[in-house]
Design a binder for this molecule. Structure first.
Ligand code: ASC
Length: 154
């Protein structure tokens, strides 16, 4: 049992020490992972955005729950854009992601920061603040899509 625990601890240590891309055995897995994360982000952001836009009645608790989930998921997809994950499954990631990786990271960090502000706004329950934060989150999604998402999967 002790040996097993030591082995487990060293594997866990290794996993955190390795670059995130090395946590996927195959490019397909990284592509599926990031696509799944973006799909979930769209669902959870969409629920808050619909309230901000008056398309569904505002429910502060539901907004806060969805923003909280979004705040966690928004940090996930960017571990799955490692080198060599441009191909393996049809996907819409443009080559610029890897050519200008610092700019891509800045855009991702910007979105993550705006999502954190949306999460804080929903916790305050102030609809005007939520509306403003939904706007800036949406802009940060769009900025990345405009620069880094192809029209068609290649
Ligand atoms: C959404 C969603 C996106 C963004 C983007 C904002 O609700 O799924 O990808 O907002 O459309 O421009």
């Amino acid at each position: 049992m002790k040996k097993y625990l030591i082995a487990l601890a060293s594997v866990a240590g290794l996993m955190t020490a390795l670059p995130a891309s090395a946590q996927f055995q195959k490019p397909e897995q990284a592509i599926k992972y990031r696509q799944a994360a973006f799909t979930l982000m769209g669902s959870h952001f969409g629920r808050v955005a619909a309230m901000a836009q008056g398309k569904v009645p505002f429910d502060a608790k539901v907004a806060a729950e969805n923003a909280d989930i979004l705040n966690t998921i928004a940090k996930l997809p960017f571990t799955a854009f490692g080198e060599g994950t441009d191909k393996g499954l049809p996907n819409r990631a443009k080559p610029e992601i890897w050519k200008e990786s610092a700019k891509f990271k800045d855009a991702a960090d910007k979105m993550i920061g705006e999502v954190a502000k949306l999460d804080a706004a929903t916790k305050s329950g102030n609809l005007d603040q939520i509306k403003a934060a939904v706007g800036t989150v949406g802009q940060s999604c769009k900025a990345c899509h405009d620069n880094y998402q192809a029209e068609k999967a290649g």
